[in-house]
Design a protein around this ligand. Structure first.
Ligand code: PMP
Length: 407
């Protein structure tokens, strides 16, 4: 495999040419959202400049072109996750909406008093709160797979949690707070053996790992396009066709119906049944450009580059006195989360910003996980394909400077 030409890749991202506080931007907040290449920005501008129209109902040329662009993204998603059918791809506004959709339809229909839903101790709030809400409504209970000191799931405990009452297991594929890659194939097959369905939160995995929903055999999979070098406001829910077909509808309105009368309404076929109202057409159209961009570079190449950054960051940062990495899983990608003795993460974040370095500090929407490690939060540097070893060295220098000032 030839190494990626990172300079050429960087030149495709206009924002990477700007300065922050008079210093070249070093963007290490990619797990929150990634920057966008020119091809994605062009696709967005091109849509608004040339074929903006509402989709699916129009018979005029612009409406047909906009519909074709929107539906091309569904095909791109299908290819991206290797779904068997295009009807299995529901376009949402992000991972959060995808999880809520399944909570409010499938789970609300399937859960009964006494049933159990299993999540893990490293979930993002968006894979906790919707299940809490629906479990409370249905008098079902939420069980949590524990996390060990390395930031790995304790699978023996997971296997013990699976019972005939388990209806759903919903776990994160890659932790946004630790970088842990969870063994989702084993988690899925164990759940299926116990008769439960499985939801995989792929918000962090979709950009770093090859996703094959047929091989994983997950029942649902969600991701957000803004973390995939694409626009904000678009996500995907993959669901197995037989499940999506039987689930009750989510939002009611235009687009999701076959026929409406005051007496009775019949619903549209998949996937439109779950896509009420005018969607985010422009960003969805531009999504295809982002998915193609990732696939052209190749996820294996992206991961190899990010692994090199991660290894370099791990060995360099450990030279800082009092620095502890939170999350030392054997299988890990693309981000490093850490604390420094006696120093508040936020103070470090501010000092790094003064040097043009963007990191995230705080609980990363994973408060229960922070409680597990008995910390209020971490400093997180998360990598993308356009980051460089020199930027990691700039982070190290910034941290050394911060430690000197704050101690
Ligand atoms: N799950 C994980 C693991 C995430 O990292 C995120 C985004 N930080 C989400 C879910 C929610 O994604 P979104 O905000 O795009 O809906």
């Amino acid at each position: 495999q030839p190494a990626l030409d990172i300079a050429a890749i960087r030149s495709q991202f206009p924002i990477l040419h700007r300065e922050v506080k008079g210093k070249p931007l070093v963007y290490f907040d990619n797990a929150a959202t990634a920057q966008k290449p020119q091809v994605v920005i062009d696709a967005l501008v091109n849509y608004y400049s040339h074929y903006n129209a509402n989709i699916h109902r129009g018979i005029h040329t612009l409406a047909e072109e906009a519909t074709a662009g929107f539906e091309a993204t569904r095909d791109a998603f299908r290819h991206f996750v290797n779904a068997r059918h295009r009807e299995e791809i529901i376009i949402t506004k992000g991972t959060t909406e995808s999880i809520n959709l399944v909570a409010y339809t499938w789970a609300r229909q399937q859960l009964q008093a006494g049933d159990e839903v299993i999540i893990s101790g490293m979930e993002h709030h968006s894979n906790i709160v919707p299940w809490q809400i629906i479990c409370a409504e249905k008098q079902a209970s939420l069980k949590v797979i524990p996390v060990d000191d390395n930031g790995e799931l304790v699978l023996e405990e997971y296997y013990k949690l699976l019972t005939p009452r388990t209806k759903l297991v919903s776990v994160v594929h890659v932790s946004n707070a630790l970088g842990t890659v969870n063994p989702v194939k084993d988690i899925i097959s164990a759940a299926h053996n116990a008769g439960a369905k499985v939801f995989i939160d792929g918000a962090q995995s979709a950009v770093h790992l090859d996703i094959d929903v047929q091989e994983l055999d997950c029942d649902f999979f969600a991701c957000s396009v803004h973390k995939l070098y694409g626009p904000t406001g678009v996500g995907m829910l993959y669901g197995k066709k037989e499940l999506l077909a039987e689930m009750p509808v989510f939002l009611g309105g235009g687009e999701m119906i076959k026929e409406v009368s005051f007496e009775q309404t019949t619903y549209a076929d998949l996937p439109y049944k779950y896509e009420a109202g005018t969607p985010n057409i422009a960003d969805t159209v531009a999504t295809a450009a982002a998915l193609n961009y990732v696939q052209e570079i190749g996820k294996a190449n992206i991961r190899a580059h990010e692994d090199e950054l991660l290894q370099h960051a791990t060995s360099r940062l450990l030279t800082i006195d009092g620095l502890t990495i939170i999350g030392r899983a054997k299988e890990k990608t693309s981000l490093i989360s850490f604390v420094i003795d006696g120093i508040h993460p936020q103070d470090v974040g501010i000092l790094l910003d003064n040097r043009g370095i963007a990191v995230r500090t705080g609980h990363h929407c994973a408060q229960p996980l922070m409680a597990r490690f008995k910390i209020p939060g971490t400093i997180r540097a998360s990598f993308a394909v356009y980051n460089t070893l020199e930027e990691v060295d700039a982070l190290l220098a910034g941290l050394q400077h911060a430690v000197k000032l704050l101690r």
